[in-house]
Write a protein that binds this ligand. Structure first.
Ligand code: FAD
Ligand code: DLZ
Ligand code: SF4
Length: 509
């Protein structure tokens, strides 16, 4: 009898470790364990989502005739670790081998590669083939290239999988419609509600467990309305395609006060734990284009996120780990401000994005990148602290996808392995893409002084502090020409405003 372990983010019937499982022959182990639930202090909603999705998946496996050993978090015999649970089950059953699918995080893979030393039966570690690009394929694509740029990778993926293609040409005559995807949203625009579903009996039980055991963790547990089964995750995808995909492209970068979900898909939770698979989401969007349900700029934009960014980011993670986690190109070292945990800041954009994160365990891409990420970069926050925060607070966060977004895209801690320049921006960008500034006690149009938007002076301060590393970058050098033309008194104001702001940030800790 083989013991097949299924992790919390491996909830797919097509999982490689389940592929040859015959109902009745083997035993499938799923375990809610202290080690995984606390290696960062995950958002309460993230834990509830995963535990409930795991319990529902176990029920589905049982209904297909499989034998499942499911260990609940509060089971008295629970050892608290995955290996502990494998050893315990092995002791109780006549296990002749252990079959695993490689996990999505390096720390756990590193552990599992040593499990053989602790187990006296063969341990088989299979690739996770729920992605469109294997780690070997990415390595081959990357090898010998001077720079790793999404665009070329993305085109190869479109060709490889015949996605939005007409023969060997992209549909619509161009690969990328990003230029058409940068509109701000008018006040009062109607945003269709995100998918939501009432907790069932299993979810209610999990919510109680999380409230009892994880009360110290960040985030609001209630209301809880995420899908926790494949069937409902497919409904969420269907609803996005029918109701929001048509405007996804236009408003992809837009932010509005009180509208956390906008026209995004909200499927990352489901994709990353395996309830949805990437190609089915892509085909659903292609279908919408073919039926005239959504325009090409939306469909291409959405598909680029999935077959482009999502696969590319994963490739980067496995290519550069474990060194990638320790990179710190700018030597940033400031502690994470307390307001990242409670939203208590006068900066309205940050307050909004953090409070929405606390409520939903979700923020959309531009909130993560251009508000919270931009601030983390300009304020020189320590990369490890920033990435631990992102890993904890979002229900879709696993290190393979979180870390390159943080260390590469947001903090440029990798020195530009795949981004050509840091995504640094002043308050003008946030004002252009949102209405947050209308509700802020700072003014985006004032550049220095007490009333000035802190992004304005922190932006120049960041460029000044990191001049040695950035002036030679062809995409930033023009900005330094503006800096060179600035008067000395203006530069001094920027320096002293930044010092005052950053000192206050530190003393508020
Ligand atoms: P949509 O905007 O509707 O996009 C569709 C899908 O494309 C997403 O569900 C996701 O699977 C994929 N996608 C889009 N952008 C990216 C990207 N940059 N990297 C990888 N996949 C992408 N995404 C995660 O899934 N987990 C994370 O932990 C995570 N951390 C992030 C941290 C930072 C600092 C930044 C800037 C981005 C991060 N992202 C992460 C990427 C992106 O913000 C989320 O995938 C997206 O907000 C999820 O919401 P959605 O499903 O509504 O996405
Ligand atoms: C994120 C998470 C949490 C909170 N809890 C569990 C758990 O109790 N049991 C489990 O098998 N997986 C859990 N996970 C997901 C794992 O952390 C994830 O599989 C690894 O980080 C690899 O991506
Ligand atoms: Fe954010 Fe500055 Fe606008 Fe305030 S003024 S909301 S701090 S960008």
């Amino acid at each position: 009898m083989k013991l097949r372990l299924v992790l919390g983010d491996q909830l797919s019937l097509s999982l490689s470790s389940l592929r040859d499982a015959k109902p009745g022959d083997d035993i499938i182990l799923m375990a809610e364990v202290h080690e995984e639930a606390t290696y960062v202090r995950h958002h309460k909603k993230k834990i509830a989502f995963l535990f409930s999705a795991m319990r529902h998946f176990a029920e589905e496996l049982k209904s297909l005739g499989h034998r499942v050993a499911y260990v609940k978090y509060d089971c008295a015999q629970n050892t608290g670790s995955l290996l502990g649970e494998v050893l315990r089950l092995k002791k109780a059953e006549a296990v002749t081998g252990v079959i695993l699918t490689k996990p999505g995080e390096y720390r756990l893979l590193h552990d599992m590669e040593r499990w053989q030393e602790r187990l006296d039966v063969p341990v088989e570690l299979r690739d996770d083939d729920r992605f469109l690009c294997s780690t070997d394929r990415f390595q081959a694509w990357a090898s010998g290239r001077k720079s790793l740029r999404l665009e070329y990778f993305y085109r190869d993926m479109r060709r490889d999988h015949a996605i939005l293609m007409e023969g060997d040409k992209p549909q619509g005559g161009q690969w990328n419609f990003d230029q058409e995807n940068r509109k701000s949203a008018p006040d009062g625009i109607e945003v269709p509600a995100s998918f939501s579903i009432e907790p069932d009996r299993i979810t209610k039980e999990v919510l109680e467990l999380v409230a009892d055991h994880f009360s110290e963790h960040f985030g609001d547990l209630h209301p809880f309305s995420l899908a926790v089964t494949r069937e409902d995750a497919l409904e969420a995808l269907k609803q996005f395609v029918a109701e929001r995909l048509c405007k996804f492209g236009d408003y992809q970068d837009a932010m509005l006060q009180g509208e956390p979900w906008m026209f995004h898909s909200h499927i990352s939770f489901y994709l990353n734990c395996g309830l949805l698979l990437p190609l089915e989401c892509v085909r659903a969007a292609e279908w919408a284009y073919s039926q005239g349900v959504a325009p090409l700029n939306s469909v291409e934009g959405f598909i680029r996120q999935i077959v482009g960014w999502r696969e590319f980011i994963r490739g980067i993670y496995w290519l550069f780990m474990p060194e990638y986690a320790g990179l710190n190109y700018f030597g940033a070292s400031r502690d994470l401000p307390e307001f990242y945990w409670n939203g208590e800041t006068q900066m309205n954009c940050l307050r909004q994005c953090i409070l929405e994160t606390k409520a939903n365990a979700y923020a959309h891409h531009i909130q993560r990148l251009m508000v919270i990420g931009n601030f983390s970069l300009l304020a020189g926050l320590a990369p490890k602290q920033v990435s631990d925060w992102y890993l904890a607070v979002y229900a879709d966060a696993y290190e393979w996808v979180e870390l390159p977004n943080v260390n590469g895209m947001v903090l440029f801690a990798d020195g530009g392995l795949f981004a050509s320049k840091p995504y640094a921006a002043s308050g003008a960008y946030i004002n252009r893409m949102s209405n947050y500034c209308d509700h802020c006690s700072y003014s985006h149009s004032i550049k220095t002084g007490e009333k000035a938007c802190p992004f304005n002076y922190l932006y120049w301060n960041f460029l000044m502090q990191n001049e040695e590393r950035l002036r030679g970058n062809p995409r930033v050098s023009m900005i330094y020409r503006s800096w060179d033309k600035m008067s000395e008194s203006k530069k001094n104001e920027i320096r002293s405003d930044s010092r005052r702001f950053l000192t206050k940030l530190e003393t508020a800790q």
